[in-house]
Design a protein around this ligand. Sequence first.
Ligand SMILES: NC(=O)c1ccc[n+]([C@@H]2O[C@H](COP(=O)([O-])OP(=O)(O)OC[C@H]3O[C@@H](n4cnc5c(N)ncnc54)[C@H](OP(=O)(O)O)[C@@H]3O)[C@@H](O)[C@H]2O)c1
Length: 231
Amino acid sequence: MNIVVVGGSRGIGKAIATQLAGDGNQVLIVGRNRETLENTVKEIGKNASFYQADITKEVDSLALAEYVKTEFVIDGLVLSAAQFPRQETKKSVIEPDVAELSSILEANVVANYRFVKYLIPLLQKRIHPRIVIIGSTSGIRQDKGGVYGISKWALASYAYNLRDECKAYGIGVSLINPGGTFTETRVKKSGDDHSLLESSDFGILVSALFRMSPQAVMERVDIRPIAGDTY
Ligand SMILES: NC(=O)c1ccc[n+]([C@@H]2O[C@H](COP(=O)([O-])OP(=O)(O)OC[C@H]3O[C@@H](n4cnc5c(N)ncnc54)[C@H](OP(=O)(O)O)[C@@H]3O)[C@@H](O)[C@H]2O)c1
């Protein structure tokens, strides 16, 4: 299969792209930083290529959709890019200013909504197309989410509605909600630190999702560390 992983150059998206490429799929990873994209493609090795784009910019999003249309026959889309809140006020819905809320909604909801709109006509032509949306447990719990939580609740609502509407197009839509996960920016304190999830957990999960029978869809999966949400 040919799978586009937006946010595939680092973190959870990178782990997903690495696993999918290892399974023999062609992956096109998307991110803003060219050097990171180049390094990740080198690391993944064969089956990986990249496209540099800022998904929040309409012009980039459209250019990426055009590229996919002409150069990459897409079967699957994984949406893993996100904007995170400022650390100091991350649990608050009073302190962050309106501009921060707008910008986080733009990045985590509007950008994905727009890009999917461009890709639906391409995906619906394929035999067993899938869209995988990476949400967060902040999009299902009712406290401590701050403005990021608002965006992930909106994204979850979008995913549920898209799942329903895409039945008619034969496109499977999945929402994966990670709890806290180790990435390049959330690093382990020591080798036996199990307080957060491993990024590779999402590679395993999304790999399984793409290998299930074509009529099966994982509608929503929530994954937390055994200790629960640690934020
Ligand atoms: N890590 C966690 O603890 C955790 C927990 C719950 C949910 N999640 C969710 O999991 C997903 C991945 O998180 P992560 O921790 O793996 O993030 P990350 O390590 O910061 O990686 C984000 C990826 O998205 C790309 N990206 C960010 N903004 C972009 C934009 N505007 N256009 C294109 N690419 C963009 C980044 O590359 P560039 O910066 O080069 O663009 C990078 O490849 C997010 O949806 C996040 O909300 C993460």
